[in-house]
Design a binder for this molecule. Sequence first.
Ligand SMILES: [Fe+2]
Length: 290
Amino acid sequence: MTFRLEPLHPLFAAEAQGIDLSRPPDSGTVREIESAMDRYAVLVFRGQTLAEEEQIAFARAFGSLDIGLKKALKRANRLKYDESIDISNVDDRGGIASIGTKKMYSQLANQLWHSDSSFQDPPARYSMLYSITNPAKGGETEFADLRAAYDALPEDLKQKIADLRAQHYALYSRMNLGDNNWTEEQKNAIPPVEWPLVRIHPGSGRKVLFVGVHATHILAMHVGEGRLLLAELLEHATQREFVHRHSWRVGDLVMWDNRCVIHRGRRYDYTQRRELRRVSTEDAPLPSST
Ligand SMILES: [Fe+2]
């Protein structure tokens, strides 16, 4: 084993110690990390120093990269590479973004429980979020284990949702927050997709309650009834016992599996800088050579 694992929560999440992510991992290390991810779903690597290129190189070891909502937003990026997603309240000129700007809508939308890019096919598999600047208070990221959430569902609810599917749409959560200023081209850039409410997590073989705020409605069900069911399931999945909260330190890289956890950022003082950089892989089959 090239690193040590310290569990952080009774159900999932662990700290991985003794590994420097700035050096691209060899295939054995990649397999060890994947196997730890299959068990823990969230891995915390503290004290990293990662240039943008190094973070991208680390992520690439786990598959092709996803750029998510950038496909629809097509706005200026203050980072060098399209594959780096700027999770910050910093505008293109390096100042604090104002509330009401697209940049801040992203910060607000990130505070709703979601699985990265569940609004597209393929969605994201792993996300790797690296901390650069933190506000004095708040701004944590919380994770909820959707495998534990499924296991704890009452039997009648398991049966009710067994064959149900939900539609996921990229701009749904933004629109719910009041961000309605989209061109037709942007609205159509990422067509809605459908996912079953119950999926199997390939890494652990366990069933997953696949919910989150990109889900707009349940197919073949009255819209209102379906939205209430989605809200009930999300409330169930995010009970405190299924949630791990990560308090950021500069140099933390947190890696999570979007196939079996949802996450959200927490509120902070938006006049203070919060800068993180995310790179995600696509949940697509890996090339046979790897
Ligand atoms: Fe996210």
